[in-house]
Design a protein around this ligand. Structure first.
Ligand code: 9YT
Length: 128
């Protein structure tokens, strides 16, 4: 069994700053769980274009306030603490944070740990 503490990840290469967000990567591909788990802070006042064409992601908000706009239908979904959204159709979206938002993010397939969004909001299929 593994025990992972956030405090042990801060400042390491598993603490990735994407500009609008910082992602503390708790479980990664190398942990061989079949998914990855991140504790992510989305910075207040930011809007991020995201489109995980190669991944499914579930995002559980545990602190803060913002919204997700899905681009296929321009629907705006308010997101606050205790709310999960699941990008079950690889949904292209805009994530807007009104306050800092703390999110627990689960990816399938798992992230290798070094991913940041490309110009289209995409993470590459499989980094080793
Ligand atoms: C909620 C979200 O997708 N934020 C962008 C960062 C990403 N979740 C990550 O790498 O943890």
């Amino acid at each position: 069994m593994k025990v992972v503490k956030l405090e042990d990840i801060l400042g390491t290469e598993q603490d990735v700053d994407g500009g609008n967000w910082v992602s503390r990567r708790l479980i990664l591909k190398d942990d061989k769980m079949g998914y990855s788990v991140n504790d992510t802070i989305i910075r207040a006042g930011t809007e991020t274009h995201i489109w995980y064409q190669n991944h499914l992601e579930a995002v559980y908000c545990i602190e803060g306030e913002g919204e997700v706009e899905t681009l296929k239908d321009n629907k705006v979904h308010p997101i606050t603490a205790n709310t999960l959204y699941a990008l079950d159709e690889h949904d292209e979206h805009l994530l807007r944070a009104k306050t800092d938002m703390r999110m627990i993010c689960v990816f399938n397939p798992p992230l290798s740990g070094r991913e940041v969004h490309d110009e289209n909001g995409v993470y590459p299929a499989d980094l080793d």
